[in-house]
Design a protein around this ligand. Structure first.
Ligand code: GLA
Length: 404
């Protein structure tokens, strides 16, 4: 009976979808989304118990208070479609079904995300949404889903903009606000067309837990922190509240050094990327937990202006990024890409900042700032020169507040 009424709603939905220009849910993703996703650590080895565990941990370890909100189930939750074409959860690993899991995650004050794919099959070979978009969206809405990550495998011959628009319209028609996370790897330049379709779009292929490597899988590669960072060139003008460049789920806590994890987290934050943890929250170290819950770093990511950082100064192994913040504040990140420590002498007054895209200009010789080191809490100002040593693969992040 319930399925029948879903089916009727679906027929109306498809008709309506064909008639009316739909929209995305505009109120979502006004700052980059924050949460956790199962893929980086667990791949297909997922279950309702593990997802519940993650919700328990996130709700109680300080992450929820710090702003993490979404518990996202990635690929492989799917079973078969039923006789009417409705997707069902894999009964072995999700015996209680997704609705019960969503209720549980909601009872923890968190939201829940799910994964599908624009093609006939997902990247792990489960049923994709092609030809079932309205049916799937209405199913997710009936389960209480809050977030849809939509992948791009098995899409030969499909137009990306049209495929993502169809799912956007289906979600809108289903009537439940669900953040729409486009995962198309940047192949079809989603930044050119996805602003009104999704709330974020992946800009690259998959991440890999390493500093600067390319991990070759044969027909495709996954990428370390620096290669992903370097692929963001030219994209900052496309990001803003409700439409973010997604640098992929994080690999913090998945085997890199503490300095690399700190740099990875700081870079994703300053680039206004979604902050989606991809480690096992249950067993992470206190160092990793503290890193994820650094309120000052998160505040930079979640700043209401929603401006992605620009690369201000490039001296090879030393790069300096700046993110304009509300009230004339600035976040400044010094990145040491090198394998050895670097002495950084930065004469503020000597360097003028001009952001042509978001129209900001700072004359550091005229406007002085106080700063706070986001990672150590140390304080200082821009009157004198900055003279610090940054360890290999590490960052220095300062929040600058204008002195009136
Ligand atoms: C693609 C995506 C990943 C993940 C897997 C799941 O590779 O880019 O983030 O969702 O598929 O199969």
């Amino acid at each position: 009976m319930k399925k029948l009424s879903l089916l009727m709603a679906l027929c109306v939905g498809v008709f309506w979808g064909a008639q009316v220009h739909a929209q995305k849910f505009e109120e979502l993703g006004k700052t980059p989304q924050m949460g956790w996703n199962s893929w980086n650590t667990f791949g297909c080895d997922i279950s309702e118990k593990m997802i519940r565990d993650m919700a328990d941990v996130m709700a109680s370890n300080g992450m929820k208070e710090a702003g993490y909100e979404y518990i996202n189930i990635d690929d492989c939750w799917h079973g078969e479609r039923d006789a009417m074409g409705f997707i069902q959860a894999d009964k072995t690993h999700f015996p209680s079904g997704i609705k019960a899991l969503a209720d549980y995650v909601h009872s923890k004050g968190l939201k829940i995300g799910i994964y599908s794919d624009a093609g006939g099959k997902t990247c792990a070979g489960r049923p994709g949404s092609r030809g079932h978009e309205y049916q799937d969206a209405i199913t997710y809405a009936s389960w209480g889903i809050d977030y849809v990550k939509y992948d791009w495998c098995d899409t030969k011959g499909i137009n990306a903009e049209q495929a993502y628009t169809t799912m956007r319209d289906a979600i809108k028609k289903a009537g439940r606000p669900m953040l729409f996370s486009i995962c198309e790897w940047g192949d079809n330049k989603p930044w050119d067309w996805a602003k009104d379709i999704g709330h974020s779009w992946r800009t690259t292929g998959d991440i890999y837990p390493c500093w600067s490597c390319e991990h070759n899988h044969g027909s495709w590669s996954s990428w370390g922190v620096l290669p992903i960072l370097d692929k963001q060139v030219g994209l900052r003008k496309f990001a803003g509240p409700g439409h973010w460049n997604d640098m992929d789920m994080m690999e913090v806590g998945n085997g890199m050094t503490e300095a690399e994890d700190r740099s990875h987290f700081s870079l994703w934050a300053i680039m206004a990327s979604p902050l989606i943890a991809g480690n096992d929250l249950r067993s992470m170290s206190e160092t990793t937990r503290k890193l994820f819950t650094n309120k000052d770093m998160i505040a930079i990511n979640q700043d209401k202006l929603g401006i992605q950082a620009m690369k201000w100064i490039d001296e090879g192994d030393l790069e300096i990024f700046v993110k304009p913040l509300e009230n004339g504040e600035l976040a400044v990140l010094f990145l040491n890409r090198a394998d050895n420590a670097k002495q950084v002498k930065h004469d503020w007054a000597f360097h003028y900042l001009k952001d042509d895209i978001f129209k900001q200009e700072v004359y550091f010789d005229k406007q002085l700032f106080n700063w706070k080191n986001v990672w150590t809490g140390a304080k200082g100002d821009t009157k004198g020169k900055l003279n610090v040593t940054i360890p290999a693969h590490d960052v220095l992040v300062l929040r600058l507040t204008p002195i009136k």
